[in-house]
Design a protein around this ligand. Structure first.
Ligand SMILES: *Cc1c(COP(=O)(O)O)cnc(C)c1O
Length: 474
C-alpha cells in the first residue's frame, strides 16, 4: 500500500518541496500577515454540511417544478451534460487545426442540417450566443440584403405581442420600430397590417406562438402581404417547443429566424447562460450569414470564409458556444423526429390542461386554448390589495419556483405559466391545487399572501434595492 502511495505522490512531492513558501518566496516583511486570518476554525465535516445546506436552498429543475413562462424550463437529460463535459470535447481548443477536430466540425455540420429540417429554412449560422443575439444577427442580415439591392428600408413592424427583445434588437440594429396592436383574440389582423405598410418597411418580426401563447392564424396571408410589399418576415423561434415536428416557419413563408437552443434543445434558459441562438435563412440570404460556416469538401469538414465580403461578419469569437450545440445535437439525435413532435404535442397538452383547471379562478385574456404556455390576469380576482407579485411570492412558500409575472406588458397583472412536456399529471394537479389555494387565501387571509414569502431564507425584499445594492455578506 505504501509503495503505491509513494509512487502516486512521487511527482507531487517534488512540487511540494519546490514551493516551500517559508524558504523560497522573498516576500517583503511588510506584505506578510501579522495575525492569523479571522475565519472560523471548523472541522471539514461541519464546513461541508454548511455549504450543502446552502446549496439545498436553491430552486432548481432537479428539485422543483419550474413554471417560468417564456423560458421552457423543462427537465433535460443529465447524460447530455455529461457528454458535453467529456474531455474529448471540453478540452479541444478552437484554434486547433481543422484536421484534428473533424468530429466537432461534423457535429456542427450535422446540427445545421437537423435545424434546417426542423425549421424548413435552408442554411444556419450557429454563432449567436443567445436569442436576442440571434435577432440582432438576423436583422443585420436583412439590413445587408436590402443594402445589396440598394433599397432604403429603415423600419420594422413589431407587434405588441412580440417578445420584449424584438423591439430592442430592431432598435440596436439601426431600425425604427413601428408597433402593431394585436386583436382581442391575441392574433394579428392582416387588414391592420396593410394600413401601416409603407415601402420603407424592411420586415415584420413575429413571435409565434406569440407571447400570449397563441398561434398566429393569419401567417400565410401576412406573408403574402409582406412579400408583395418587397418586405421580409422574421420569425422569433424561441417558442419552438410548441411547434417542433408539427409546423415549420420556413414552410409558412418566413425568410429569417432564430432558435433558442437553450430552451428547446437540452439546455435550460435560466441561470444566465451560456446559450445559443442559431439563425436560419432561406437560400437567397445565405451569402450574408456570419463567417465562418462549416462545409464538407470531399469528405473533409472545413471552416468556410468564402463569403467574407458579403457576410455581416463574425458575430462571436470563434464558432459559437460549442457545448450547447453539442447538447442540442445529442438531444435531437436521441429523441429523433417523432420524439421532437411528441415533446411539442405533450407541452401543448400540459399547458392546456393547467389552463383549463385555472380558467375559472382568474381571467384568461386571449381565449381558452393555448399552445405550450399561457397568460392569466389576476386583476380583480384576488383579495383586497393583493397583487400578482404577492401570489408569486406565496408560491415560494410552497416550494415552487414562481411563474413569470407582469409579462407580457399588454396584460395587466399578468402571470405567464409554461408547464413543459416533462411534468407529470400529478405534478400539474398539485401545482393547480396550491395556486388555487393561494388565490382563495388572498381573500380569506390577504396579509399572509401580502407578507409572503415567510418560509424562505430571506423574506420579502425591496427588489429595486436588492438589485442595485445587493447585500452579499452579513
Ligand atoms: C427567451 C426569448 C427570447 C430571448 O432569448 P435570450 O436567449 O434570452 O436572449 C426572444 N424571444 C422569445 C419569444 C423568447 O421567449
Amino acid at each position: 500500500m505504501n509503495k503505491i502511495l509513494n509512487e502516486i505522490n512521487s511527482d507531487r512531492e517534488t512540487q511540494i518541496f519546490d514551493c516551500d513558501v517559508e524558504n523560497d518566496i522573498a516576500l517583503d516583511e511588510k506584505y506578510k500577515r501579522k495575525n492569523n486570518p479571522n475565519i472560523p476554525d471548523l472541522a471539514e465535516g461541519t464546513v461541508v454540511r454548511h455549504y450543502t445546506a446552502l446549496s439545498r436552498k436553491n430552486y432548481a429543475l432537479s428539485t422543483t417544478f419550474y413554471p417560468l413562462g417564456s423560458c421552457t424550463m423543462k427537465y433535460n437529460p443529465i447524460i447530455n451534460e455529461k457528454i458535453a463535459s467529456c474531455a474529448k470535447f471540453a478540452e479541444v481548443h478552437p484554434l486547433q487545426p481543422e484536421n484534428t477536430v473533424q468530429g466537432n466540425l461534423e457535429i456542427m455540420f450535422e446540427l445545421e442540417k437537423a435545424l434546417c429540417e426542423i425549421s424548413g429554412m435552408n442554411n444556419f449560422t450557429l454563432q449567436p450566443a443567445a436569442g436576442a443575439h440571434g435577432e440582432h444577427t438576423g436583422l443585420l442580415i436583412i439590413s445587408e440584403y436590402f443594402k445589396s439591392k440598394k433599397e432604403k428600408r429603415t423600419k420594422i413592424i413589431v407587434p405588441d405581442s412580440a417578445h420584449g427583445t424584438n423591439p430592442a434588437s430592431a432598435n440596436l440594429s439601426g431600425f425604427e420600430v413601428i408597433s402593431l396592436k394585436s386583436e382581442p383574440d391575441g392574433t394579428l389582423s392582416p387588414d391592420k397590417l396593410k394600413e401601416i405598410l409603407t415601402p420603407e418597411i424592411a420586415c415584420i418580426m413575429m413571435t409565434n406562438p406569440n407571447t400570449l401563447g397563441v398561434f398566429e392564424k393569419h401567417i400565410p396571408e401576412i406573408a403574402e402581404i409582406m412579400h408583395a410589399n418587397g418586405s421580409l418576415l422574421y420569425y422569433d423561434g424561441a417558442n419552438l417547443n410548441a411547434v417542433m415536428g408539427i409546423a415549420r416557419p420556413g414552410d409558412m413563408g418566413f425568410d429569417v429566424m432564430h432558435i433558442n437552443l437553450h430552451k428547446t434543445f437540452s439546455t435550460p434558459h435560466g441561470g444566465g447562460g451560456p446559450g445559443s441562438g442559431p439563425v436560419g435563412v432561406k437560400s437567397f440570404l445565405k451569402d450574408f450569414l456570419p463567417v465562418p460556416t462549416v462545409v464538407n469538401e470531399n469528405g473533409l469538414f472545413k471552416l468556410n470564409y468564402k463569403n467574407k465580403k458579403t457576410s455581416v461578419g463574425q458575430m462571436k469569437a470563434f464558432y459559437g458556444n460549442f457545448p450547447v450545440l453539442l447538447k442540442a445535437f445529442v438531444y435531437i439525435k436521441s429523441v429523433g423526429g417523432n420524439g421532437l413532435k411528441e415533446a411539442s404535442v405533450q407541452a401543448n397538452i400540459n399547458a392546456n390542461y393547467v389552463l383549463n383547471l385555472l380558467k375559472d379562478k382568474v381571467t384568461v385574456p386571449a381565449g381558452n386554448v393555448c399552445t405550450h404556455e399561457f397568460v392569466l390576469s389576476s386583476k380583480g380576482r384576488l383579495g383586497e390589495g393583493v397583487r400578482t407579485l404577492d401570489v408569486a411570492k406565496r408560491l415560494l412558500d410552497y416550494g415552487y419556483y414562481a411563474p413569470t409575472i407582469y409579462f407580457p406588458l399588454i396584460v395587466e397583472e399578468a402571470m405567464m405559466i409554461e408547464p413543459t412536456e416533462t411534468e407529470s399529471k400529478q405534478t400539474l394537479d398539485e401545482f393547480v391545487k396550491v395556486l388555487s389555494g393561494i388565490i382563495d387565501e388572498s381573500k380569506n387571509n390577504p396579509e399572509a399572501v401580502k407578507n409572503a414569502p415567510s418560509k424562505t431564507p430571506v423574506s420579502r425584499l425591496n427588489e429595486v434595492e436588492a438589485a442595485r445594492n445587493p447585500k452579499l455578506r452579513w
